[in-house]
Design a protein. Structure first.
Lengths: 133, 322
């Protein structure tokens, strides 16, 4: 009852989900134990988490978008590896099923899957910035 | 079963130990000079710890009450914790996403979630979730809280009044679902029979997902509360297929919205990670005890919680209850 592409998607999703959760647990342990110094000192967090995000970014001088990649040496930003992985695993699963759909000549769904990859990649790209308030 | 409970308990203990170890190490460091006054009597680590415990309980209640994590997380955490609603929504989306990613593989493998049904819906919902997220982050907190409060109260009405149809009568599949070959067979465990299903009102259903996608992105709610009635009552998919496909669909819709919050800085690891782990451990426990509870009773508890949390958000936005 589950098609070939559905099973392929499920298998990759299972692996990706477990890997992402494991990354989160490990990086969070590094963060709370202070193995890597965080960018925002943990004692200062209560000052910041009550602020609107635009103000938070201004006072902490944290850049937008994918700049966190350059900050992985900081205990708090290291967690973005797991967060980004969990948010991105769906893209990988869609890419996995596109060749299967084309091989089965299921062109409409192959095109829909490509569209979805484009939508998720656009969201992930960091090109779409909110105006903030 | 005892061994599984012990495993979950062990994970909870390990996580709490990590958090407590962190606070001991952090409290031994000299206090950083804060740019703003922070005379709270509650230490920084207390809130993530409380968050973990609360989301653990929410995870149990969500499973028993048949709701997703996001719809409980955002109004409750947003209403009663000191975190700004921007960060609460970012965390809410990641919490709902994590839950959907965890459930997705099993539901797909069993054929309960249907990929052919999900794919066209997901393109619409995920695109609109991006729009919703961008609008949501641009709105002032007051407006978000008023809209969120109103939406949650609307969800309460839907939950109270919407009927569920286990096997909707779909006399004939419509042209669009036929062209897309959206139909299937799933094995109904309670009767031991295979159930053939098809859907109708596909264009109307897809159009409704525009609104659902925008709201999911705007409020960080995850949208399972809306997916299921549309798939089940409007489009005619069997209830179990609707619930399973909705859960899987969240992993796609919430991925796109979550990226907007991540890239706009509205995600704090100290909030997100305890929440994800708390709600997932709670969900595991909830699934284990589901067989022994009365779902109707728990559902009314969930509805009462949402009524309270939704009212809180609305009154907070109106400045009546700060």
């Amino acid at each position: 009852m589950a098609t070939e592409e559905q099973l392929a998607y499920a298998k990759l999703l299972d692996i990706g989900m477990k890997a992402g959760l494991l990354m989160l647990v490990i990086t969070f342990a590094v963060y709370v134990m202070g193995i890597l110094t965080p960018y925002v000192p943990v004692n200062d967090l209560p000052n910041y988490w009550k602020l609107p995000v635009k103000q938070y970014l201004e006072v902490t001088h944290i850049p937008h978008g994918w700049a966190w990649i350059g900050m992985l040496g900081k205990g708090d930003f290291l967690n973005f590896i797991g967060i980004a992985f969990l948010a991105g695993v769906t893209i990988i699963c869609y890419v996995r099923i596109i060749p299967i759909l084309f091989r089965k000549k299921d062109t409409i769904y192959a095109v829909l899957a490509i569209l979805e990859v484009l939508v998720l990649t656009l969201a992930a790209s960091g090109l779409l910035k909110s105006g903030g308030h | 079963m005892l061994k599984q409970y012990l495993n979950v308990l062990l994970l909870v203990v390990v996580f709490l130990t990590l958090l407590l170890t962190g606070l001991v190490l952090a409290s031994s460091e000299p206090a950083a000079a804060a740019p703003m006054t922070a005379n709270s009597s509650i230490p920084w680590w207390a809130w993530p710890l409380i968050l973990f415990v609360v989301t653990f309980l929410l995870g149990i209640v969500a499973v028993l009450g048949g709701v997703g994590g996001g719809v409980l997380f955002v109004p409750i955490i947003g209403g009663f914790f000191p975190f700004h609603i921007d960060f609460v929504r970012g965390a809410g989306l990641l919490v709902a996403l994590a839950g959907a990613l965890a459930a997705g593989p099993g539901l797909l493998k069993k054929g309960m979630a249907d990929l052919r049904l999900a794919i066209p819906v997901a393109v619409i919902a995920s695109s609109c979730a991006i729009v919703g997220a961008m609008i949501g982050l641009a709105l002032p907190a007051k407006v978000v809280n008023i809209s969120l409060g109103g939406t949650i109260l609307g969800i309460v009405v839907i939950m109270l009044m919407a009927k569920k149809s286990e096997f909707p009568e779909v006399k004939q599949a419509d042209n669009l679902s036929t062209a897309l070959r959206i139909s299937g067979i799933y094995h109904e465990a309670s009767s031991g029979q295979d159930v053939n299903w098809q859907i109708h009102r596909t264009p109307q259903g897809l159009a409704t997902f525009i609104i659902i996608g925008v709201m999911a992105g705007m409020f960080g709610l995850g949208a399972g509360w809306a997916n299921v009635p549309v798939l089940n009552l409007m489009m005619g998919a069997p209830l179990k297929v609707s619930v399973a496909t909705s859960k899987f669909l969240l992993s796609i819709t919430d991925s796109s919205a979550a990226w907007i919050y991540v890239n706009n800085g509205a995600v704090l690891p100290m909030m997100v990670v305890p929440s994800i782990i708390g709600i997932m451990l709670g969900s595991i426990v909830g699934v284990r005890i589901l067989a022994r509870t009365k779902p109707a009773a728990v559902r009314y508890i969930v509805i009462a919680m949402l009524l309270f949390a939704g009212s809180r958000a609305l009154l907070k936005g109106l400045g009546i209850w700060n």
